[in-house]
Design a protein around this ligand. Sequence first.
Ligand code: URA
Length: 210
Amino acid sequence: MHPNLTVIGHPLVQHKLTIMRKKSTSSGKFRRLAGEIAMLLAYEVTRDLPLSLEKIETPLETMDAPVLKGRELVLVSILRAGNGILDGMLRLIPAAHVGHIGLYRDPKTLVAVEYYCKLPPKIEERDVIIVDPMLATGHSAVAAIERVLERKPKSLRFVCLLAAPEGVKFVHDHFPNVPIYTAALDRALNEKKYIVPGLGDAGDRMFGTM
Ligand code: URA
């Protein structure tokens, strides 16, 4: 139904996500689970990265062994909730370079307004993954994708924990070629533009600012 959308149905991801959704889950546990799911998402989203061969010496022989090809990846976190995913992904991809884009949603127009942007150099030589836990209306995602595409990355993917169909459509109406990876595609957005059934405000739950 949504081309270029991958829902990561791995049982560990689904189980951890269910615990995150529960309103009784504490902030500390929510943060830890976000980090754990992020590692599993990182594993899936990097599945097709190209490899090259490097000559190495094992204790027994010389061999041509596979290593990731090209420059380090770039992870771009959409502040602030993206940082809860970023940390987990960095545990799996520690050499990645990191960018941050600060966006807030104008409460009247719902348009994403940028207040901060710092991206690493040489993006044109790197594969980029934008991370944000919630793909709701898609306005922040589109604003972040626009900003990164201005710098002409080698490739660009978007990773989230939860997506709403409206957000996926909005992103792909603007950028049909940007693959989206999510742990679940929920039913819809409610009148306040929260994802339902969802998990609430990801940033507030992650940082205990409810
Ligand atoms: N942002 C959140 O944190 N939660 C939602 O449900 C939607 C946007």
